[in-house]
Ligand binder design. Structure first.
Ligand SMILES: Nc1nc2c(c(=O)[nH]1)N[C@H]1C(S)=C(S)[C@@H](COP(=O)(O)O)O[C@H]1N2
Ligand SMILES: [Mo]
Length: 309
């Protein structure tokens, strides 16, 4: 499906975030489930969304839809890049509620369709840079996370926002293997969460989000590595302490809390200086903050850039 352009040995090394042994355990677990019998995702169910057009154009080609939906990381459905497209169709995305709790004035259970009606949708064409050194340009449709945060009213003690993905091994067969501690968890500082670039995406390419991309709602933080963009969110919690995140829990020396894209800070096992834009032949230089430094560097003034990974 994906046409990998002349991969060098380095590309082959950079296969996934996890550790080789864990991947093998995972594959063994999945192999026993007869997953081949399951249907893939159902693109036929995608429906068109109404949204405001993109106001922040970038002059880089959008990654073709087939790549955006066919080359994914979503370990709940397998560690292979093509597993999510094959298996994420097993996940039911309606009805779907997000629990909002912790330090806020209006905690509760919010139905996804109410959120989509309540907050005007807009298109945002963003670069997406995975920590594995590949990247895409994706036209998301969604609403600013800040809109939801303001609606539920964080209390003065709230300093961080913690997110969780659905945990249901019947729908997410990858969760029957403990490749990471489920549910998938992520977090942001409250000021990062309130930044106008931070999006809750409910669609891409003008249609509802395909399951493999994190339906019905996922986080997009374009200046951070892709792993911060937690998929299929069921819980948003306001807290006074820095939340634990899945990748940090698994490999604290390899994945930081911030996860800000930084070409000067290598991953312990590979360089982050360049990236492979899916569909392109030559590697591109990776940009500080993934090219969004002008908008976001102010969030981190006074902090050592090495600590921002
Ligand atoms: N719940 C969950 N969210 C997740 C992941 C995951 O495995 N599970 N993978 C992350 C990683 S590593 C990346 S690069 C992006 C990939 O998003 P995409 O497949 O839509 O391009 O999703 C992120 N969100
Ligand atoms: Mo990633």
């Amino acid at each position: 499906m994906l046409i990998v352009n002349a991969p060098d040995l380095r590309d082959r090394d950079v296969t996934d975030h996890g550790l080789y042994l864990k991947r093998r355990q995972f594959m063994a677990g999945v192999a026993g489930l007869g997953l081949a019998a399951c249907s893939g995702s159902s693109p036929a169910s995608a429906t068109a969304l109404r949204f405001r057009p993109n106001r922040m154009p970038i002059d880089e080609a959008r990654t073709p839809l087939d790549d955006v939906t066919g080359y994914n990381n979503f370990y709940e459905f397998g560690t292979g890049k093509e597993d999510p497209a094959k298996y994420a169709g097993m996940m039911r995305t309606r009805p779907w509620t997000i629990v909002v709790d912790g330090l806020c004035d209006r905690p509760g259970r919010y139905a996804i369709d109410d959120l989509i009606k309540r907050f005007p949708l807009e298109e945002r064409i963003y670069r997406m840079r995975c920590v594995e050194a590949w990247s895409m340009v994706i036209p998301w449709v969604g609403f600013p996370l800040a809109s939801l945060i303001k609606a539920v009213g964080p209390r003065s003690g709230a300093k961080f926002v913690a997110f969780e993905t659905l945990r249901d091994p019947r729908q997410m067969p990858g969760q029957r293997s403990s490749v990471i501690q489920w549910p998938y968890r992520e977090g942001l500082r409250l000021d990062e969460a309130l930044h106008p670039l931070t999006l809750l995406a409910v669609g891409l390419y003008g249609q509802t989000l395909p399951n493999q991309n994190g339906a019905p709602i996922r986080l997009v933080v374009p200046w951070k590595y892709g792993f911060k963009g937690i998929k299929s969110i069921v819980r948003i919690r306001f807290t006074d302490r820095r939340p634990q995140t899945s990748w940090q829990m698994l490999a604290p020396r390899e994945y930081g809390f911030y996860g800000n894209v930084n070409p000067a800070v290598d991953h312990p096992r590979w360089s982050q200086a360049k990236e492979r834009r899916i569909g392109e032949f030559f590697r591109r230089k990776t940009l500080p903050f993934n090219g969004y430094g002008e908008q976001v560097a102010g969030l981190y003034r006074g902090l050592d850039p090495r600590q921002l990974y």
